[in-house]
Structures are given as C-alpha cells and as structure tokens.
Write a protein that binds this ligand. Structure first.
Ligand code: SF4
Length: 262
C-alpha cells in the first residue's frame, strides 16, 4: 500500500489537488482510499442524541451506523494513522492535511512564503494556487493539479513507495538509518524501499488479516518463544515453516524456523 499526503494551509487547493489525483489514479485502474484530517476540535460526524451517539456514550466502541448507501464506523477517540491504515488495503491512500509522519508529501500553497514555512525533505512536489505562477521551486517541481494532472500522477507513480514503518531510531536501524531517514533517502534516489529489511523477514505476524510490522528484536523474541515450544513436538523439523493460529480469528504467526533467518 502506497501512502502519501497532500498538506498546506486551508484555501490553497488541497482538496482540488486530491480530487484530480484520485480521478487520474482511478483512470489508471488503481484502487484509492483517503484519510481527511479535520482541524476542528468540536468535529463529530454523529449528532448528539442519535441512537449511535447513545450507543457510544454507553461505552460501545466502535459503533457502526449502517444506512442504505453508506456505512460509518465510529470510534470515540483520535486513532493513530497506523490504526486507521489497518482498515485500508488500496493501492494508494491519500492523506489530506496530515503533515507529520513517515510518508512522501505534496505541499499546496498560494505564496512562496507559505512554501518556505512548510517545505521539508519529504516534499516531492508542490501544487495548489502557487502553480499558476511558477513551475519549479528550490529544485522541486510545481505542478498544476487541474491542468497537468497526468504529469503530477506520473510523478506520484515514480516517487511514492510502499509505506515504510515509522519506528523510533532506538528500536531499529537495521537498514543503516532510522525509518524517517530511509524515507528521505528513497525520495532523493539515494536508497531503495527494499533497503528496509523488515519486509524481507521470514517472520510474519498477522492480526485480523493485516501484517504487523515488528522490529528485529521483537521478531527474534517471537521466533524464539514459538520455537522453544514447537521444537519439542513430534513433526517438527529444522527449517519447517510454522503457522500458529490463536483463537478462531485470523491471528497467525508464521515463522521460518531458526534465528539465522531474522
Ligand atoms: S530496516 Fe526498516 S524498520 Fe528498520 S529502521 Fe530501516 S526502515 Fe525502519
């Protein structure tokens, strides 16, 4: 799943940029999801006193409102981006208005001052109102998402990579960098997505059908704990592939045995 953000202050053209990108990605037969960050403290999609509001207030979480043409799953908290993305499986997910995180970004702006205030190493394109005035700034292409949609989506296809983990540096530097530094280096063409060794590991943990990223230390721990039990059982052989299912649900641990695979 490839994830990128379109961010900038309001009225700079974020939503128009995203609409055009979505249409062009769909035209290219990609599946697309989106996440919109709401910068409004009192925001709630539910209405006070409705049945769903009452379910939530009584302690249910999540609460689902299922209509004829729409289904809304409501949580009574601000979920982390990782938790939100567990609900997604599209080719691309576009984040609107999320600035901080380990993903490539498109900055929308209406003036050079705004760009200078927000530009960082994860920005690979600039769009929005400023694209009517310039076509490049500090080496970054400035692309009009309405008139040059194909060009912008070509750049997205070139730059945006499968989502990287976002562990703190003290948890993992197995690629030689922190997760965020690797992201910056991939965008600059100085590293590859494959340099993240986590996805190459033979040890996988799926919770509810979704793979969970584990730092090498946790992979080793899980590997050793399962092997300690399984290796005593009849039928076990060195380098066997092991699959553990916990409960009737879809929690699985799949281990290629022995530590040398970590
Ligand atoms: S190997 Fe992957 S998880 Fe570890 S620091 Fe590098 S990018 Fe992050």
């Amino acid at each position: 799943m490839k994830v990128f953000s379109v961010f900038g202050i309001s009225k700079t053209g974020k939503t128009t940029t995203i609409e055009n990108i979505i249409r062009e990605l769909k035209k290219r037969r990609y599946t697309v999801g989106s996440v919109k960050e709401i910068h409004y403290e009192d925001f709630s999609i539910d209405t006070k006193g409705t049945n769903t509001d009452r379910h939530g207030k009584a302690g249910a979480e999540p609460v689902t409102a299922r209509g004829y043409y729409e289904t809304d799953i409501l949580y009574n908290e601000k979920l982390s981006l990782d938790k939100i993305l567990k609900h997604y499986s599209q080719n691309y997910v576009i984040l609107e208005g999320i600035e901080k995180g380990n993903f490539p970004k498109i900055l929308t702006a209406s003036s050079l001052k705004e760009i200078d205030k927000r530009l960082d190493e994860m920005v690979f394109a600039i769009s929005g109102k400023i694209s009517n005035q310039i076509d490049e700034y500090k080496g970054i292409p400035v692309i009009n998402a309405v008139k040059e949609t194909e060009l912008l989506v070509d750049l997205i296809a070139e730059k945006v990579y499968e989502k990287l983990p976002d562990f703190p540096p003290e948890c993992c530097t197995a690629c030689g960098y922190s997760c965020r530094t690797l992201g910056k280096k991939i965008l600059k063409g100085e590293a590859k997505r494959d340099d993240c060794i986590i996805s190459k590991s033979n040890i996988k943990l799926n919770i509810d059908g979704k793979e969970v990223d584990m730092v090498p230390f946790v992979q080793k721990l899980l590997n050793n704990a399962v092997l300690a039990v399984v290796s005593e059982l009849e039928g076990y052989e060195k380098y066997s592939s092991i699959e553990v299912q916990i409960g009737g649900e879809t929690i699985k641990e799949e281990l290629a045995t022995e530590n040398d695979n970590i």
